[in-house]
Design a protein around this ligand. Sequence first.
Ligand code: ZN
Length: 294
Amino acid sequence: MRHPRVVFGFDMETDISSWTPFYEGLAHGTPRILEVLDKHGIQATFFFTGDAAGHRPAIVRQVDRAGHEVGCHTLYHETIGDELFPIPGIKPMLPEECTHRIRVAAQRVRQALGKKVVSFRAPRLWGSTGMINALEELGFAADASYPLYFYKKRLTPYHPSRADWTREGDLKIVEIPNFADMTIHSKDPYGRDRDQWPLFRTEGAAALMKHIDAMLEFYRRKKLPAVLCFYMHPWEFHKMPQGLIHFGEGAVLPDPFIVKNCGAPAVRELDRLIKRLKAAGAEFLTARALARQF
Ligand SMILES: [Zn+2]
């Protein structure tokens, strides 16, 4: 059986995802990620929100010049797909709003990049059938949104159905499932304890690698090609504020695991994770390159 294929996707957004409006991680974490990837000679996909690309076009070009793929991650990190669990202040957009919203987001990224983007990832991995049809209409080739931990069904990349994005069908776009450890018994109502994020940072590469090894064995037993897609963020590679973050009308207190070990520890663990994956024979691909193989 062939070697495992690995896609690293970095979601290029504001610090601590939707919880702050700052781009410190994008500015200072991205160069650290690029150094590690360059050291190992591997390629990844960086999914920028239209807003991030508009605010930091030089970072978009730096990622492109380093040989990586630039993709799209909505306009403002809004919920474009089906809400899997509630987040205060964020409601999903209507299916009929998706096409316009993604078109504008992709235009902003394209303006910064100087060429078309063909890969997408939904914030929080919350995709939908409306979203996948919009991506198909707009000519996207790959979507790396499917949360395996939640839907549990699709273990390898697939062409989704226009009637249900979580099922196989005849759309041209390729859906890439995000890694989850399906060998463990989940104690979370949504299955989130099977997800990989943010184990590499909070518990370290070795802890995540135990789940990866279990899944590699799982794929072998099922005689399926092992495709491992991961999501991480530039703000994890820059020290994040600890404690309350104040805004004009209130303050946000991120849960401890969200801001734990951001910065140098995360850089070190990414480096270790790549070394371990290489030792397991991994081939590293962009989302676009992987989609061409399915
Ligand atoms: Zn995101």
